[in-house]
Ligand binder design. Structure first.
Ligand code: GLY
Ligand code: MN
Ligand code: MN
Length: 423
């Protein structure tokens, strides 16, 4: 076993401090319905992968404080050898799991990762499962050197894709064609797959937060928003850039400038101890100040944010932890609850940053018709929003800028700094 897997297992043991037998399922392959003889791309549960370093379906990692760890994986079948060309599998045969469990039949157990499959029928106390899962999640928030290196590779491949997309984007080129060029370039530079569905939106499509690239051709002087990240050995970047094809208008330049200034401020604040909720609100106040200066919002920025007026234009959180998946180990510290406020309900995490965390910072300002044309909202925010001015902006679309920041004791390290922030 490699040193880093050994160190991760020590971190998990320390976090659990338990007499429970802990079982972590990697998950099972999901067949494509209809007898296609195909399975969906398999991604192991991140807890299992992080503690084993292999990406095997139907596997179980087992822990007993008195004995240590056992890594059970399915036996290699003739089909595996014939159809997939496999010659060996990590771990030990899963046929050993049943007797191993039988020898511990009176011990309390916790099931983490993906339940079912080889773990079907094991009785646990759901509260204990959740407590151990939460502790493991927290234990793996800080990235080790192997993870940081994989993130650097994912970010570098992503940077190549974004550079190519910017070079290729032109009036008449479709969102889909931009996606294809970007993705191919990512793959040429080490990206193994994309970490999530690519987002490419032009014009008003830039205001659709998770827009799927379409056959729409970009028009001269429009925004193009691209949100994409390559994955390398399970680790993904999550990057957004917004730029104009052709010559930016004054409105576009002003909007982009506010978001860019907020991104750079947000990046600079990613230091150990910084409370994420606080940083989200600080960035909301800065962007609100910008919207006041544009005549879109009226009043004092702090008060506007307290009344959630900013969320009409910034309806998502400032970011989330990223790495082993696009929402890696984000969440709320135990004891912290999700707010039901319009301006805070969507925060994906509420925790203090620590050295080794990798977080996205992703401020955005958008003119989203379903939010801004809603009569109830127009009434609720009648005193805070200059709705006539909003109507003059609604076709502009939106801007999001997103970097991936490694938090260190020596200050923030921007893993995506090489990707141009130019409009
Ligand atoms: N790509 C989705 C997000 O930025 O969180
Ligand atoms: Mn993103
Ligand atoms: Mn993101």
């Amino acid at each position: 076993m490699s040193d880093h897997i050994h160190a991760r297992r020590n971190r998990a043991e320390k976090a659990w401090q338990t007499e429970h037998v802990v079982l972590i399922g990697s998950g099972s392959p999901i067949p494509v319905p209809g007898g296609m003889d195909q399975i969906h791309h398999f991604e192991p549960h991140p807890d299992h992968y992080w503690l084993t370093g292999h990406r095997t379906a139907g596997a179980v990692l087992a822990y007993d404080a008195h004995e240590g760890w056992r890594d059970f994986t399915p036996d290699l079948t003739e089909d595996d050898r014939v159809w997939e060309g496999l010659t060996e599998r990590a771990g030990e045969p899963i046929s050993g799991l049943a007797p191993w469990l039988a020898a511990r039949k009176d011990r309390p157990k916790a099931v983490l990762g993906v339940p079912g499959g080889p773990l079907k029928g094991i009785t646990t106390d759901r509260t204990a499962d959740e407590v151990f899962a939460e502790r493991l999640l927290h234990a793996r928030r800080a990235k080790d050197s192997i993870e940081i290196e994989l993130m650097r590779r994912a970010c570098n491949a992503t940077a190549r894709g974004f550079a190519r997309a910017r070079e290729f984007a032109a009036a008449g080129v479709t969102e889909r064609a931009i996606e294809i060029e970007m993705q191919a370039e990512c793959f040429r530079h080490g990206g193994e797959k994309m970490g999530y569905h690519n987002i490419v939106g032009s014009g008003t499509n830039a205001a659709v937060l998770h827009f799927s690239p379409s056959a729409r051709g970009v028009q001269e002087n429009e925004f193009v928003l691209i949100d994409a990240g390559c994955q390398v050995e399970g680790y993904t970047a999550d990057v957004t850039r917004t730029f104009v094809v052709g010559k930016p208008s004054t409105q576009q330049t002003e909007l982009h400038g506010i978001v860019k200034e907020t991104l750079l401020f947000g990046n600079s604040q990613c230091v150990p101890g910084k409370e994420w909720r606080e940083l989200h609100l600080e960035c909301a106040v800065r962007m609100t100040q910008g919207l006041v200066s544009l005549g879109i919002l009226r009043g004092e920025p702090q008060g506007l944010v307290e009344r959630d007026a900013h969320a009409l234009f910034f309806p998502h959180g400032l970011g989330h932890l990223v790495g082993l998946g696009v929402r890696d180990a984000s969440g709320y510290l135990p004891g912290r609850a999700r707010s039901d406020r319009f301006g805070l309900a969507f925060l994906r995490m509420d925790l203090p940053l620590e050295s080794g965390y990798i977080t996205t910072v992703e401020p955005g300002l958008y003119f989203i018709e379903p939010l801004l044309r809603d009569p109830k909202r127009r009434e609720r925010f009648a005193g805070d929003v200059n709705w006539d001015e909003v109507d003059r902006w609604i076709g502009v679309g939106g801007v999001r800028l997103e970097d991936n920041i490694l938090v260190t004791d020596a200050g923030p390290v921007n893993l995506t700094e090489s990707i141009s922030l130019d409009i």
